[in-house]
Each structure stands twice: as C-alpha cells, then as structure tokens.
Design a protein around this ligand. Structure first.
Ligand code: ASP
Length: 439
C-alpha cells in the first residue's frame, strides 16, 4: 500500500500545525510521498506566505526596497524552524531569493518559493528526501503543462525512493524557468505525484473533514459526505462547492486512484472518499446540495415556436457571437429560457436583446435578474422514486416559488431556480427534508 499525502497551507501555517502533520505522516508508514503547500493563514486576518511573496516581488519589480518584506517572510519560516527545534538554516536560500528578486526572475518564481522552502523544512523535519519540483514537474515553452514529461520524470525519480517530499504548486520549463499552476495548485502536484508513484490512495489533508452535504455558512453543522463519485463532485463544484482544485482530479481519476479529503485538525474523522464508482449506497437519497447566486434569465416567446426549425440555433448563435456562456436552457412549447451569468450578461444586455430581435422576431422577451440555481445531486436519486416531488413539497412548505426546474438525463441531479432572496431558505428546506427528516 502506497499513499501520497498533500497538506494545504493552513495545515502547515505554524510549528504546531507542522507537528500535527508530522504525527499524521509518521503514524502510517504507507504515507511515503509528501506534497506540502506554502504556510497559509495562522488566524483569519493573517496573510498567506504566497501572498506575501507576490507583494514582495511587486515591490522588487518596481525597483523599490523589498528587504523588510523579505525579512517578514523569512520570519514566518524561522518561527516554524524554531518551534520545531530544527537544525536547519534558510540563510543561503534567502540570499539566492533576494538576488533573483533583484534580477526579476518572475512572479511565478517568487510565488513558488513558498512551497520550495516549506518543502525543505518538511524534509528536514521528517528525514525524507527533498525533490525540487522544478526538476520533475515539466511545463512546455509556451507555459502549458506537459503531463507526459512530468509523469516520466517524476516516476523515474520516485522509483528508488522509499520516502520523499515534493513541494506543490510549481514546476519548470526545460530551460529551468519556474512556472506555477493556478492558485491552490498544490492539489494538482499531489495528484501528479500519486499518478507517478502509482499510489493506492491520494490523501488531501486540509482544514475541513471532507465535503459537507451543504454550505456551512447556510446550513448549521451540515453532515459530511462519506463517499462521492467524480461525477457528483463535478456537479457540486460547478455549483460552487469547492475544497479541491478542479484540475487535480484528472490525473488520479485516469489511473483509478481514489482521493481522500481529510482534516489535519481532526485526523480521527474519515473525511470524504472520492471515487470513480461505488456500490456503497449513500446514507441519504442525495449526496449534496450546492447553489450559486447571480444568474439572469431571458425568456423568449413566439407563437408556433415549436415548429419553427432552427429557432433555438439562431438564439444560441446570438449568445455565442456575444461571447456569453449559457448555463441552462429549459424550454416550453412556445417559449425558451436562457440562464446566464448576470454580470457577464448585463454588460452586453441591450446588444443581445436587439440581436435576438433581429434573429427570430419574438413576440415577447422577458428578463429576470437576481436568480439563484440550486443543484440537488446524488447517485441515489436514480433508484428512488419521488425525489422531485419531495423537492417541490419542501420548497412549497417554505413558501418558495420555483422559477425553473431542470433534471439532467443522467438523473444525477435536479436543478431548481429560485429568486435570490429565497436562495438560503431553499437550501435549508432541502437539507431538512433530505437529511434531517430522512434516516
Ligand atoms: N500556495 C499556493 C496558493 O496559495 C498554492 C496552494 O496552496 O495550493 O495558492
């Protein structure tokens, strides 16, 4: 059994957090390859080291004095080193970083030092070998990620290594220029290491006990999801639920390696297991509820629309030509409604309306803004009758008017549209009927 473990910034923000992480890793000898993020926030008003590095580099690029900013970053690491009583000095590293900042080595280089330095500390703390991600995570000359070269380099390097620390978030082009993934990208590195090491499990340690059935800012103490499939996860993330970087999924999914989201501050919790497929029945009919605010709808009405060939295509063409992405498209007999992102639409509203007018001469166009979409997602819905009925009755009991309903043909989700002011109450009502009152 081989496990790759990735720890997020809040799990590595201080020496105390490092100690928790060390205990987790050393408790299980299968946890062989470690991917650390940069130190995150120690308290809510704190600044992540990655953000400190970006700001410090900005100062350097302007030609201003960045020494105090760099000292503050060094102090963050020194606090960890002292707290762990490690015999390790980052003096030389900081001297190199200072010179490279002066020589304008690039914002990606600057940000990557957060993970690089944390990886060095982690390696010295655990006694695991340090592998600089710049040598094993490869980007092409145009800055795009090179998955094949990375997999070759990484698997070759890890092959003879019993244990290793590979810092997250960055890699390099063949000429050594450092490139980072987008923010939160250490999740991707963890996934790449899991693929290259042919791990049995990718554990992603963070500060929550996995995915929650609903947003804790809306529902009080929601239960967590024990097992979720990649498809369900995709549906929930599309609606705004996020714990994991989206691009982290592909490499492990392809290799059939499950991801386990775990909580560094509550290691006894099992967290959420993300799998391709499972015969484990979800505890409730639904796996999760997620929603997003900020949609607008455009309802187009025209008599005999149903028999007008090409009508939908012409309308969709207008949105395409205006560069607006369509989120949902429920239709009636003589009406079609298009859901779009409100902010994106607002900018081009009048142009789009006149384009539609010209393209299909509708009888009537009705606009509605401030809509929210809520997805009720679950592989268990397929085999359960009455899910839609329960959704409607829960919302009706909560005096919420349903503006739209859309059931994906996979029967994996039902999406309802409600007014912005009903958004939170709708999520609470759905949670109540599917989780609190269902055993
Ligand atoms: N440190 C980087 C960030 O703050 C990458 C990561 O934590 O995954 O985005």
């Amino acid at each position: 059994m081989k496990k790759v473990v990735k720890f997020g910034g809040s799990s590595l923000a201080s020496a105390d957090q490092f100690k928790k992480v060390g205990a987790i890793i050393l408790e299980d000898e299968n946890r062989r390859y470690v991917v650390p993020s940069a130190p995150g926030k120690r308290f809510s008003s704190d600044t992540k080291v990655t953000d400190m590095l970006y700001a410090c580099y900005d100062t350097a690029v302007k030609g201003d004095d960045f020494s105090v900013q760099l000292e503050n970053i060094k102090a963050r690491y020194q606090e960890i080193i002292d707290g762990l009583a490690l015999d390790c000095s980052l003096d030389e590293d900081f001297e190199i970083i200072r010179k490279n900042f002066q020589n304008k080595a690039g914002a990606d280089y600057a940000a990557s030092r957060g993970e690089f330095l944390n990886g060095k500390i982690m390696s010295s703390y655990l006694g695991f070998e340090f592998v600089d991600a710049a040598e094993v995570v490869r980007f092409n000359d145009d800055g795009s990620f090179n998955d094949e070269a990375t997999n070759d380099l990484l698997s070759e390097r890890l092959e003879g290594m019993q244990t290793a620390v590979v810092p997250g978030f960055y890699g390099a082009k063949a000429d050594g220029t450092v490139v980072t993934f987008s923010r939160g990208g250490s999740d991707i590195t963890g996934s790449l290491v899991a693929l290259a090491a042919r791990a049995d499990l990718y554990e992603n340690w963070t500060d929550v006990s996995g995915f929650l059935i609903a947003d804790p800012r809306i529902v009080k103490n929601p239960k967590s999801i024990e097992t979720i499939t990649y498809k369900e996860l995709r549906e929930l993330s599309y609606m705004g639920a996020s714990v994991l970087h989206e691009d982290a999924i592909f490499p492990v999914r392809k290799a059939g390696i499950p991801i386990n989201i775990r909580n560094t501050n509550a290691p006894e919790d099992k967290g959420t297991l993300i799998v391709e497929s499972t015969c484990r029945q979800p505890k409730y009919t639904i796996t999760g509820i997620a929603g997003t605010d900020g949609f607008a709808s455009i309802t187009i009405e025209k008599a005999m629309m149903n028999s007008a060939i090409g009508f939908c295509r012409k309308v969709l063409q207008v949105f395409e030509d205006n560069g607006i992405s369509i989120e949902h498209m429920p239709s009636g007999i003589d009406t079609m409604t298009i859901f779009v992102n409100k902010n994106a639409f607002e900018e081009k509203e009048q142009k789009i309306l006149s384009d539609i007018q010209r393209a299909v001469q509708p009888d009537h166009i009705e606009l509605e803004s401030d809509l929210a979409l809520i997805a009720v997602v679950g592989r268990g819905m397929k085999s359960t009758r009455g899910t839609a009925g329960r959704i409607f009755s829960a919302l009706a009991h909560a005096h919420i008017n349903v503006k739209m309903i859309d059931q994906g043909s996979s029967e994996l989700n039902i999406i309802v549209g409600v007014k912005h002011e009903d958004f939170k109450d709708a999520i609470r009502a759905l949670y109540e009927i599917f989780v609190l009152t269902q055993i």
